[in-house]
Write a protein that binds this ligand. Structure first.
Ligand code: GLC
Length: 421
C-alpha cells in the first residue's frame, strides 16, 4: 500500500511540474528569450512613461523594463543611440523608441531586427504611421506615437479683435504684425534652432507651398523650386521683419512652448503635447488657447508626420520579452494612457473618435486630419545627413546670411552630394 501512495505522490509532483511548464505556454528556448529589458527613449517631456512602465513591471516581474531617458533633442538622442548600436555586441538598449524617420537608417545598418507583422495590431493603427515602420517591404518597428504640427493661437486675443484664426500665411503674417504688438506679444514662432525640429519646420513650409525636398524614396533631389523659395522665404521674412522674434532661432519644442505658455506669443507652431501642457494648471494661458491646422499660402498647409516607433535591437538580450513589451505598449488600454497621461497622439485610430476623449482633448479631430494628410520625411538610409544639410542651409537663410533663392540652390547642390546624385 505504502508504495502505491509513494508512487501516487511522485506522479502528483510530476503532474504539478508539467502543468506549471505548460501553463507558462512557452518552450524552454522561448523562455530563455524572456527576461529583463532596457527601453531607451528621447526625453519624456510629459514625464508619463516611467509610471506607465510600472504597470508592466508589476505584472511581469521576470521581464522588468528599465527606462533609459536620453536628451530632449531628437539629434542628441540619435547620436547616443547610434553610438551605442555601432559599438556592436549587445549595447545598452534592448528596445528603442526611435523617431519615425530613423527606421530606414537603423534597418539598413542591421541594428534593428525585422518583426513578424501578425504579432502586432497593425490594422488598428492610423494608416500613414505603419508605413514609417517598414523598410524594404519588411516591418522593422511598431508605431507607438504619432504626431502632426498644429498652429496654436491665443483665442482670447483673436476674440477681442473679432478675427478667426488664420488659414493662410498672409492672414498669419498680418495678425502677427498688427495684432500681436497691440497686446505686447511676439507674433509667431516655431522651432528654428538647427536640429531636427528646424528640418521639420522648413519641410512644412516647403510642402505647404506645394514643393518637395527629395523624391523617389529619397533618391532624387527635387527642392529647387519656386515653392521651396516661397516657403523658406516666408520664414526668412518673418525673422527679418521681426514678426518672428529672433529668440525663435534658439527654440526647440520646449523653449517655444514655454514662450507661448508664459503669454509671450500670439501664434506657435508645435506638436499637440504643447497644446495639452499650455492648457494645464500653472500655464498663464490655460483656457485661452485654440489649435487649427497649419496655414499655407492659399489655405491650410501641410504638416510633417512626426512620432516614434518601437524597435528591437538585433542583439537584444530577450527578444521575446521585447516583442511582448511592444504589444503591451501598443495595446488599446496603454495607447489611451499615452494620450491621457502623456498628452501624446496615440497610433490607434479608434481613440480619435472616442467621444469622452474628444471632449477632453478638443483638438483630436483636427489632429486626426493633420496626421492623415501629413507628409512623411524622405525614407532614406542617409536621412541623418539629409537633415543636417537642411538645417545648416536653412539656418543661413533665416539669419539673413543668404537669400532664400541662393539657399535653395545650395540646398539642391548639397543634397545631391549627400545622396550621391
Ligand atoms: C517630435 C516628433 C518627431 C520629430 C521631432 C523633431 O518629437 O514626434 O518625429 O522628429 O519632434 O524635433
Amino acid at each position: 500500500m505504502r508504495w502505491i501512495r509513494a508512487a501516487g505522490r511522485g506522479l502528483l509532483v510530476l503532474a504539478v511540474v508539467m502543468s506549471g511548464y505548460m501553463a507558462s505556454g512557452a518552450h524552454a528556448d522561448e523562455r530563455d528569450r524572456r527576461g529583463p529589458l532596457t527601453l531607451a527613449t528621447a526625453g519624456d517631456l510629459t514625464g508619463y512613461l516611467g509610471p506607465l512602465l510600472e504597470g508592466w513591471n508589476r505584472t511581469h516581474p521576470a521581464e522588468k523594463v528599465t527606462l533609459v531617458e536620453l536628451p530632449d533633442s531628437a539629434d542628441e538622442t540619435h547620436a547616443q543611440m547610434t553610438t551605442d548600436l555601432r559599438g556592436g555586441d549587445r549595447g545598452r538598449f534592448d528596445v528603442l523608441n526611435i523617431d519615425v524617420n530613423w527606421t530606414s537608417e537603423f534597418a539598413a545598418a542591421g541594428w534593428i531586427r525585422p518583426l513578424p507583422r501578425d504579432r502586432f495590431p497593425l490594422k488598428s493603427f492610423l494608416p500613414p504611421v505603419v508605413d514609417t515602420a517598414t523598410y524594404d517591404g519588411r516591418l522593422y518597428a511598431v508605431p507607438y506615437v504619432t504626431n502632426a504640427g498644429l498652429l496654436l493661437y491665443r483665442k482670447d486675443v483673436l476674440a477681442k479683435e473679432g478675427v478667426p484664426p488664420p488659414r493662410t500665411w498672409a492672414e498669419l503674417e498680418h495678425d502677427a504684425k498688427t495684432i500681436a504688438p497691440r497686446y505686447g506679444l511676439d507674433g509667431y514662432a516655431g522651432q528654428f534652432l538647427p536640429y531636427e525640429g528646424l528640418t521639420v519646420n522648413a519641410a512644412e513650409a516647403v510642402y505647404s507651398a506645394g514643393g518637395t525636398i527629395l523624391g523617389d524614396e529619397g533618391t532624387r533631389v527635387t527642392v529647387d523650386s519656386d515653392a521651396a523659395r516661397e516657403g523658406i522665404g516666408f520664414l526668412a521674412r518673418g525673422l527679418r521683419e521681426g514678426w518672428i522674434p529672433k529668440a525663435a532661432l534658439t527654440y526647440k519644442e520646449e523653449e517655444s512652448k514655454q514662450a507661448f505658455q508664459d503669454g509671450r506669443l500670439l501664434f506657435l507652431r508645435n506638436w499637440p503635447y504643447a497644446y495639452a501642457l499650455a492648457s494645464a494648471k500653472g500655464s498663464k494661458v490655460a483656457g485661452r488657447i485654440g489649435a487649427v491646422p497649419l496655414p499655407g499660402p492659399d489655405g491650410p498647409g501641410k504638416s510633417v508626420l512626426g512620432g516614434s516607433n518601437l524597435a528591437v535591437n538585433t542583439h537584444a538580450r530577450h527578444p521575446d520579452s521585447a516583442a511582448r513589451l511592444i504589444a503591451y505598449l501598443t495595446s488599446e488600454g496603454v495607447q489611451r494612457q499615452v494620450l491621457t497621461r502623456g498628452s501624446l497622439p496615440p497610433v490607434r485610430a479608434a481613440l480619435y473618435e472616442d467621444p469622452t476623449l474628444v471632449r477632453r482633448f478638443p483638438y483630436l479631430p483636427t489632429l486626426r486630419t493633420a496626421v492623415l494628410t501629413a507628409a512623411p520625411r524622405p525614407k532614406s538610409p542617409h536621412y541623418d545627413q539629409v537633415s543636417l544639410v537642411v538645417q545648416a542651409v536653412v539656418q543661413d537663410a533665416l539669419t539673413g546670411h543668404e537669400t532664400p533663392a541662393a539657399a535653395v540652390r545650395r540646398l539642391a547642390r548639397e543634397l545631391a552630394a549627400v545622396s550621391g546624385r
